[in-house]
Write a protein of this length. Structure first.
Length: 509
């Protein structure tokens, strides 16, 4: 699974560009959303809010609340750019989102001033329907697929130009329409690291003003996001993206592969300070911005220096509706107790608001955990069977809430101790002293609580001579009938388990 995630991240590097610099609908390259823009447009590997619809639709599958977002950008030459998006979670079916963007060009002189023709006008827009979800419902037997998300977007692209006048003609309005699609993947590599990849603007060329059709600005992106710190008082997110622009119209991009990086510092989960570096069709830029979040509302700002053309400013507002879900904490006091018969009992402290628990086992030599509970268990314990003595097993327990959301995992290990062999005393002697007396002595056995003595009777069976284990290693017997006798000694441990017997013969006088 991690090899797949790495492949997704490297897709932009491997993509072949067949030219560049002359695609149609170049407005599709404009970054959507104030927060991603302030992060150097390095959002492919994070994609953790509704603007994922414009960067990596797979990230929508991780959203658990309704989100609404709007952005206004004051662009160069008095142009403006507007972006709207709304997402709706659908439970196990993932999350859908509607979004749209429009680039507005103010009226301009379409021909020589004083010609009497109307002012020219232009505008570009795109409307999108996106969807993202986890692959877990399709692969229920492999819990790792809960961390792999896929997504796609369908786009309707519209361009217009009014007041255009061919030589000797009158002002007319021209329009062009096209369709496109985006594809995305995102993988939760670890609880703090995500990697993603997306392919943007797969679609038909745009034909405008009757000229030769222009291909859409196709690009392949890969990115990684790392929550380096995630505390209540301070958080830090580090991001990096690689972008491979692919333009079928010919030409050459200034840089064959673009890159970007961003950092977001969050103070008290309220104030966010952002900065980044990115490359795009307009060259390399250092960007920045900030955001304030409170009670589900986020107000974001981003700036982009454009050298002689001034600074581009973006303002965004995002609203998150509903509580969503907060992952349940990891179960506490997790222990694994060895039991007889190749078994162990895993126990943990109940988690508040948990409706059940999922348990995963990692056998010796295995790299990943395998789920052993197809459905959540109600009891805060589970027996493990089929374990080998002397081997160490890893286990992981996750609490599940009433909506089926999995909490943070707790991990532990258990090892069944090798069976200890209780040995009898190494030596055992019986010496007759006369008058029906015999002295028995033996070598001490480490770790035992005592010893039992036995005498063989005429029927060949041994009869126990001691009611409780003897503490010493020497004892005298008297009143014995003269003749040949056989005695035996066994060692006894704390659990009452006895060793094999050590026997000795003696002739009583």
């Amino acid at each position: 699974m991690r090899a797949l995630a790495l492949l997704l991240f490297l897709l932009p590097v491997a993509a072949e560009a067949s030219g560049g610099g002359s695609s149609g609908a170049e407005f599709l390259r404009i970054g959507m959303g104030a927060r991603p823009a302030a992060l150097g447009e390095s959002f492919t590997g994070l994609a953790d809010d509704v603007t994922a619809a414009a960067w990596n639709p797979a990230g929508l599958g991780r959203l658990k609340r309704i989100e609404l977002s709007a952005m206004h950008m004051m662009y160069v030459a008095d142009m403006s750019y507007e972006f709207l998006a709304a997402s709706m979670p659908l439970g196990n079916a993932g999350t859908v989102a509607l979004s749209g963007a429009y680039l507005n060009v103010p009226p301009f002189d379409s021909t020589e001033p004083g010609s009497g023709l109307p002012k020219g006008s232009a505008g570009d827009g795109v409307a999108s329907l996106s969807w993202g979800m986890s692959l877990a419902p399709f692969m229920p037997s492999d819990p790792d697929y809960e961390h792999l998300f896929v997504g796609m977007t369908g786009k309707f692209i519209y361009r217009s130009l009014g007041g255009y006048a061919p030589a000797g003609g009158t002002g007319e309005t021209y329009t062009a329409r096209s369709g496109a699609a985006d594809l995305g993947f995102l993988y939760e590599w670890t609880p703090t690291v995500t990697v993603g990849a997306s392919m943007m603007n797969l679609g038909k060329p745009v034909t405008f003003l009757g000229d030769e059709a222009d291909a859409l600005p196709l690009s392949v992106r890969g990115g990684v996001g790392w929550h380096a710190l995630d505390g209540k008082l301070f958080g830090l997110v580090l991001l990096a993206d690689l972008v491979k622009p692919v333009d079928a119209d010919g030409g050459a991009f200034k840089s064959g592969t673009w890159g970007g990086a961003g950092v977001e510092a969050v103070v008290g989960r309220i104030l966010s300070l952002r900065g980044g570096f990115r490359q795009s069709a307009d060259g390399a830029r250092v960007v920045g911005g900030a955001g304030v979040s409170w009670a589900g509302f986020s107000l974001d700002y981003a700036f982009l220096p454009m050298e002689a053309m001034g600074t581009v400013h973006r303002m965004g507002l995002t609203v998150k509706i509903g509580r969503g879900y907060v992952p349940l904490p990891a179960p506490g006091k997790l222990v694994g107790e060895p039991m007889p018969g190749g078994k162990a009992l895993v126990r943990w402290e109940p988690v508040k608001n948990a409706s059940g628990y999922l348990v995963e086992l990692k056998k010796p030599g295995q790299a990943d955990y395998k789920r052993i509970t197809p459905r959540p268990r109600a009891a805060p314990e589970v027996p493990l069977g089929g374990l080998k003595v002397g081997e160490e097993y890893g286990f992981r327990v996750l609490a599940v809430d009433g909506a089926g959301h999995e909490g943070r995992p707790a991990t532990g290990t258990v090892r069944l101790p090798a069976r200890s062999v209780l040995h009898p005393p190494a030596t055992f002697t019986a010496a007759a002293t006369g008058d029906g007396k015999v002295t028995l002595s033996w070598q001490a056995v480490p770790g035992v609580v005592g010893y039992h003595l036995y005498e063989r009777k005429a029927d060949g069976k041994f009869r126990k001579l001691t009611k409780t284990p003897l503490k010493g290693i020497r004892v005298g017997l008297k009143g014995l009938v003269p003749g040949d006798k056989t005695f035996a000694v066994v060692a006894v441990d704390a659990k009452g388990k006895a060793s094999k017997a050590r026997a000795a013969k003696v002739t009583v006088r």
